[in-house]
Design a protein around this ligand. Structure first.
Ligand SMILES: Nc1ncnc2c1ncn2[C@@H]1O[C@H](COP(=O)(O)OP(=O)(O)OP(=O)(O)O)[C@@H](O)[C@H]1O
Length: 237
């Protein structure tokens, strides 16, 4: 079976600074992997490369068989990204924002209307559908970002510190959506400093340190979070 993500010899240099160093990684369809690692390890850079926001210096990345540099539009349709940036437009209403992104993903009008209502409902914003998001609290914007990321039923979810800025209610909405039948089969790659939540959600753990993977293993190899901490804490510093 084709991998959801296939990375070979991936490198990224900013100026003269090598940030990612010849990374290899395969993610199987449906896998939930979390990347831990110290500040500056290159975690966000890796997600930005996979999502086509920046270009690699060397190596290759395939998402659902599409090369990120040769077929970026096809790659973007496969990906839902949730990060500290909301990627939302303050002058548009909640509904208009989702409409804009839905059209960008090529969802037809009838399906899009239904999908927008369904997601606004799921993230608890249906009564705010026609309000401009410049009036929204940070938590409400984060809820709308969740809807934006899931709008086109992406096969790959890239989650960069998704809990940052989520109030407890929105965090619960987020976790319930991740576990919902619709997204159970999607592949998830999450970057987090939150060992407890990251470890609880994932089935595979990766540690990135100074631009290299220094650990790659399955959660079931550990009896629990404490054993993971005991064995891996030196790699996280
Ligand atoms: N656009 C850029 N130009 C120059 N340097 C950059 C750029 N983006 C990131 N870097 C540098 O690349 C390194 C890795 O950054 P990155 O944000 O990927 O790390 P991270 O592991 O996500 O860190 P954190 O956990 O603190 O978010 C850092 O030293 C950062 O300063």
């Amino acid at each position: 079976m084709e991998n959801a993500v296939s990375i070979r010899e991936l490198s990224k240099v900013f100026g003269k600074t090598p940030v990612l160093k010849a990374l290899d990684l395969d993610l199987k369809k449906g896998e939930f992997a979390v990347i831990f690692g110290p500040n500056g390890a290159g975690k966000t850079t890796l997600l930005k490369l996979i999502s086509t926001l920046i270009e690699p210096t060397g190596g290759s990345v395939f998402v659902s068989g599409f090369n990120i540099t040769e077929e970026p539009e096809k790659v973007r349709k496969e990906i839902g990204m949730l990060s500290h940036d909301s990627y939302l437009y303050g002058d548009l209403t909640a509904k208009e924002n989702l409409h804009f992104f839905g059209k960008m993903y090529g969802i037809d009008d009838h399906e899009l209307e239904k999908r927008i209502l369904q997601l606004l409902n799921e993230v608890g914003l249906v009564t705010k559908a026609d309000e401009r998001i410049s009036t929204f609290s940070r938590g409400m914007k984060q809820r709308l970002s969740i809807a934006r990321a899931l709008l086109h039923r992406p096969s790959l979810l890239l989650l960069d510190e998704p809990y940052t800025g989520l109030d407890p209610g929105a965090a619960l909405v987020f976790e319930n959506l991740l576990k919902s039948p619709e997204f159970q089969g999607s592949t998830k790659l999450m970057v987090s400093h939150d060992l407890e939540r990251g470890f609880a959600l994932c089935d595979r753990v990766l540690i990135l340190n100074k631009g290299k993977f220094v650990y790659d293993g399955f959660k079931e190899n550990f009896s629990g979070l404490q054993e993971f901490r005991d064995k891996c804490s030196s790699m996280l510093a």
